[in-house]
Design a protein around this ligand. Structure first.
Ligand code: DOR
Ligand code: ZN
Length: 349
């Protein structure tokens, strides 16, 4: 039995860092293990222009503690007014690595998202020309569509028609939660990838609802039934390069989670690598962890693999149940088991 595993230093291809006091509190949790992260633009107001992304990047770097090495990979929030030239310039300068599509109203801070997809076709066409990926929050927001069906309906009614119209557009289906999404990725070519979160490998909808409602397991897209969870575990551990890690670690203070109308988001930055090692071992696929967390993402984004290494050792160590911020405490995701692995060492180069 292996007791030590060294992999290339991982990246997080979908992360919420927020701003201000929350940014200061959560950034070290990610930077401790991850070399880079695709940073979500759903601030209030959202990060829409290249100039706003540049200013946000500067705030992130200013919040990074001395001695930590981390590179934020910036994204732009797609609106119906997004200017294709601004997107192209931000990509050409190297600042922006993707554009994020939120259907209006789909999730936290998505009010400025897209309602009429025809209006964003010129931006998407430009992105296809320059090879800039589109990251999708893949859920329809139609009130009649059941929340558990919203991902599958998005694929059928929005994503597939869009990809047929602009076949060169490179797309990342973010935080996939269904076997339908995993199958759709497999049916496509190399221009389509998908991120999978830590929490969707660990929980299904029973974890949210059985024995009392668990607000810290509520996220969007909401966790589906166990068969879908199994399909995600299979996809993540398969070695298929089109699947890679995007934690969607999304901090909210406890007061905003433990309330009559709680926010969506699981905060997994702190213990993701330990949980993933545990899950991959359960699936008999520890040898696939490096591909999922450290190799497949850079390949899709056409970026170099990190020079650094991360070593996991078989040992249980405590991690904090909460991290403190000046806005209040944030609960760390509880996987419901004690991970059999912990991160023992990280090197930057
Ligand atoms: O659970 C989620 N939280 N899903 C999202 O899409 C957004 C995120 C957040 O920003 O809190
Ligand atoms: Zn997210």
């Amino acid at each position: 039995m292996t007791d030590s595993l060294t992999i290339r230093r991982p990246d997080d291809w979908h992360l919420h860092l927020r701003d201000g006091a929350m940014l200061k509190a959560v950034l070290p949790e990610t930077a401790r293990h991850f070399a880079r992260a695709i940073v979500m633009p759903n601030l209030v107001p959202p990060v829409v222009t290249g100039a706003q992304a540049g200013a946000y990047r500067d705030r992130i770097m200013a919040a990074l503690p001395d001695g930590m090495q981390f590179e934020p990979l910036m994204t732009l929030y797609l609106t119906e007014d997004t200017d294709p030239d601004d997107v192209a310039a931000a990509a050409a300068s190297g600042l922006v690595k993707a554009v994020k599509l939120y259907p209006a109203g789909a999730t936290t801070n998505s009010a400025s998202g897209v309602s009429d997809f025809r209006k964003v076709i010129p931006v998407l066409e430009r992105m296809a020309q320059i090879g800039l990926p589109l990251c999708t929050h893949g859920e329809v927001t139609t009130p009649e569509v059941d929340i558990f069906d919203r991902e599958a309906v998005f694929i059928e009614t929005v994503l597939d028609p869009l990809r047929r119209e602009i076949p060169e557009l490179r797309v990342v289906m973010e935080h996939i939660t269904t076997s339908d999404a995993a199958d759709y990725v497999r049916s496509a070519g190399a221009g389509l990838g998908a991120t999978i979160t830590t929490h969707h490998l660990v929980i299904n909808r029973n974890h949210i609802l059985v024995g009392g409602i668990k607000p810290h397991y509520y996220c969007l897209p909401v966790a589906k039934r166990a068969t879908h969870q199994q399909a995600l575990r299979k996809a993540a551990t398969s070695g298929d390069p089109r699947f890679f890690l995007g934690t969607d670690s999304a901090p909210h203070v406890d007061a905003a989670k433990e309330t009559g109308c709680g926010c969506a988001g699981c905060f997994t930055a702190t213990n993701t690598m330990a949980i993933l090692a545990h899950v991959f071992e359960e699936e008999g696929a520890l040898d696939k962890l490096e591909g999922f967390a450290s190799l497949n993402g850079p390949a899709f984004y056409r970026l170099p693999v990190n020079p650094g290494k991360l070593t996991l050792k078989r040992a249980t160590t405590d991690y904090p149940a909460k991290i403190e911020s000046d806005d209040g405490p944030v609960t760390v995701f509880d996987p419901g088991f004690t991970p059999a692995w912990h991160v023992a060492e990280v090197s930057a180069d």
